[in-house]
Design a protein around this ligand. Structure first.
Ligand code: DAH
Length: 341
């Protein structure tokens, strides 16, 4: 059985060693130092007890006392060094001031995100608010409630991704119209940007995954002229004051009448060039007056409420805006391409 003083030194050293190993601040190290070496610390207290040690133990205890104190000092120094190294504090000699600085590249927005953000900002200024809906949709919201006939080709599993439980990856942002109208009373004025999916074979203008921005405006006495003026204002805000728009008759199940709308070509100003295939117009998207069947599906009275809707492909707008000739470039994540925007 060793002397109680030697035992105290041993256990104090192993405690202090553990504390110093975990110390992350100078204050913690100093606290341990005070506990052991401070005026009221362990070693000064022990040295007072030395007088009472039996003569035959005196040599061993004295040795333990001295080596303990040295060992403790080593632990202290080690902890201090570790802290200094971790904080990166170095002496001036170690600092090479001639090293060139490291350039941290600033990230920036993807062109698709830019078009979404800018479009949303434009529609916000016109009183629209942003709505959101799920990317995994029900057949009801994506097709049925949008008045899409049971035999419509867009429902085909060759065109649409279905899950085993019958749900699907939304093929358009139009189901957000239904979700918004289901959840609130008219009037409605929303835009809904988001991701859509179709089983398309990828090529320069098709991608299985793309984005649309949907618009829906429901109120009393809304007319096609209101739709045209909103789209016109959007076109001018995005592409400049000289852009004009035109509506062409078209068909969509959820609008009646339905239109496709074009912007005058932003490259040639409408004179005709190879971008607009000499027509002077760029096809942009679909729109129309919300079909009464859609209003009925969500419980709105079509005798009181009317409205318009539109849906645009974001990639299409981005490709026109940034003169991109292949949609796949937007999804390859090649930073040499993306850094240009
Ligand atoms: N959802 C249509 C599509 O993906 C686009 C569209 C057309 C949306 C007319 C509308 C609309 O809201 O009224 O092709």
């Amino acid at each position: 059985m060793s002397n109680p003083i030697i035992q105290k030194i041993d256990s104090a050293l192993s405690d202090a060693g553990a504390k110093l190993l975990n110390a992350v601040t100078e204050a913690e190290i100093e606290e341990v130092r005070i506990e052991i070496l401070g005026r009221n610390g362990l070693f000064p207290a022990l040295s007072k007890e030395m007088g009472a040690v039996q003569p035959e133990d005196r040599k061993a205890v004295g040795q333990a006392f001295n080596t303990g104190r040295t060992r403790f000092q080593e632990l202290l120094d080690g902890a201090k060094q570790r802290l200094a190294a971790g904080s990166g504090a170095k002496s001036c000699d170690e600092l090479d001031l001639t090293l060139p600085g490291r350039l941290r590249k600033l990230g920036h927005k993807h062109p698709v995100t830019k078009v979404i953000d800018d479009s949303v900002a434009i529609f916000r200024r016109m009183g629209f608010i942003v709505a959101d809906g799920p990317e995994i949709e029900t057949v009801y919201h994506n097709f049925d409630a949008l008045n899409t006939p049971a035999d419509h080709p867009s429902r085909d599993p060759g065109d649409t991704f279905y899950f085993k439980d019958g749900r699907l990856l939304r093929t358009q942002t139009s189901p957000v119209q239904i979700r918004v109208m289901e959840s609130q009373e008219p009037p409605v004025r929303i835009v809904a940007p988001g991701r859509c999916f179709r089983r398309d074979t990828p090529d320069a203008t098709h991608s299985m995954n793309f984005h649309q921005i949907e618009g829906l405006y429901i109120d009393r006495d809304v007319s096609l002229a209101d739709l045209k003026s909103i789209l016109q204002a959007y076109a001018r805000e995005l592409f400049g004051p000289n852009v004009s728009i035109r509506l062409r008759p078209h068909f969509f199940p959820f609008t009646e009448p339905s239109v496709e709308y074009d912007f005058s070509c932003i490259m040639c100003g409408g004179k005709g060039c190879n971008v607009c295939k000499q027509s002077g117009w760029l096809e942009i998207a679909g729109a129309g007056m919300v079909d009464p069947n859609v209003l009925k599906a969500v419980g709105y009275d079509p005798e009181i409420w009317s409205g318009f809707a539109f849906g645009m492909g974001i990639e299409r707008i981005a490709m026109i805006r940034y003169r991109i000739n292949d949609i796949r470039l937007l999804y390859e994540n090649d930073t040499r391409f993306l850094e240009q925007f």
